[in-house]
Design a protein around this ligand. Structure first.
Ligand code: AVI
Length: 330
């Protein structure tokens, strides 16, 4: 029983290109040049991210998979309404390939939970791909894919009666700047009721070297992932970035808990953006800041939640305390 609901037609490609062009115009005009990691995920970027998740140095995916497996019964119980037969919606923001989610879906099905799984993504291909794989693997599961922005999806679902449990796994929350994160969490909470639940994945602070290595792997996959942003701009906006003149660089600051990634210009150069008819100059070793990936502590998580109007109810972590999946309630 699977359907995919597009709440509105997908944005026409021209609008998406305009938005990207505006973003680049603004980001490269700042004294500290910046581009958003949001734009990493074209087809090639998504493929590279899949490869990153399987890297020996990239511990978050493996660790979260392990802790979900270990604690699946308790997590499933925490997400279900108290009355076992009560119908509820399990929403997942940015479902990806659903490998981690399937652990919970199997557990909920085995326990006889009465729920509909709602994977939410702005990519129709991602939602349809996941729905198709679930049809095969878990034919008993009710799936209603939703092609939408996250906050829009929650607002839409709020109009439907029934409890909501919202999954936001993988520490994607770490890719927001603190102010944007607060705004995002508040928008998520607004349409929820006190009976609803959230399960959010947070990567925890740990040995700084281990964190840094996860973002600068020895096979260079993360470097290719970062540099792919320039390839995307060359293709979609007609920029003339010469990838041989750019380097991936990343650092971890244990004070702020932020991994920051950069694309560094190895020589003085100018880059023209055909779509804007504009040229940008880069000095030797000037950097474009392309990604933040924040790491958290349990007390930070509690206070971030409180600021957004949420209570961190239960922390599920792995043995090494590398990662936490946290149950939150409005
Ligand atoms: C998607 N996000 C949680 C990843 C992270 O760890 O911040 C993206 C990533 N960037 C480099 N490696 C992985």
């Amino acid at each position: 029983d699977t359907s995919v609901l597009p709440p509105k037609p997908a944005a026409p490609a021209a609008d998406a290109t305009d938005a990207l062009a505006r973003h680049v115009a603004q980001g490269l005009s700042r004294p500290q040049k910046t581009l958003s990691s949001m734009y990493f995920y074209d087809d090639e970027g998504s493929r590279l991210f899949q490869q990153i998740m399987a890297l020996p140095e990239y511990y978050p995916t493996r660790t979260e998979f392990g802790l979900l497996t270990t604690h699946r019964a308790a997590i499933a119980a925490a997400l279900c309404p108290e009355r076992a037969d009560e119908e509820f919606f399990l929403l997942e923001l940015g479902a990806g390939d659903g490998l981690k989610t399937k652990i919970l879906l199997r557990e909920l099905l085995a326990g006889g939970a009465n729920f509909t799984y709602v994977p939410v993504d702005i990519s129709a291909a991602a939602v349809e791909g996941l729905a198709a794989s679930l049809r095969q693997e878990l034919p008993a599961l009710r799936v209603e894919g939703l092609v939408a922005e996250y906050a829009q999806a929650l607002a839409l679902m709020a109009a439907r009666p029934g409890r909501k449990a919202v999954l936001f796994l993988g520490s994607t929350i770490g890719n927001f700047l603190p102010t944007d994160r607060l705004e995002f969490l508040r928008a998520l909470v607004r349409p929820l009721t006190p009976h609803d639940r959230l399960l959010i994945g947070f990567d925890l602070q740990k040995d700084p070297r281990l964190i840094r290595a996860a973002y600068d792997d020895s096979q260079g996959v993360t470097a290719a992932f970062n540099l792919n942003l320039l390839r995307r701009l060359n293709r979609e906006l007609g920029t003339d970035f010469d990838l041989a003149r750019w380097q991936h660089y990343t650092d971890y600051d244990p004070l702020s808990g932020a991994v920051r990634s950069f694309l560094v210009s190895t020589q003085p150069q100018s880059v023209t953006v055909a779509a804007l008819g504009q040229t940008f100059d880069f000095a030797a070793w000037e950097a474009i800041h392309t990604e933040n990936s924040y790491k958290f502590t349990p007390s930070l998580i509690t206070s971030i939640a409180a600021e957004a109007g949420l209570e961190a109810q239960r922390f599920f972590t792995d043995e090494q305390q590398y990662f936490a999946d946290v149950i939150l309630s409005p």
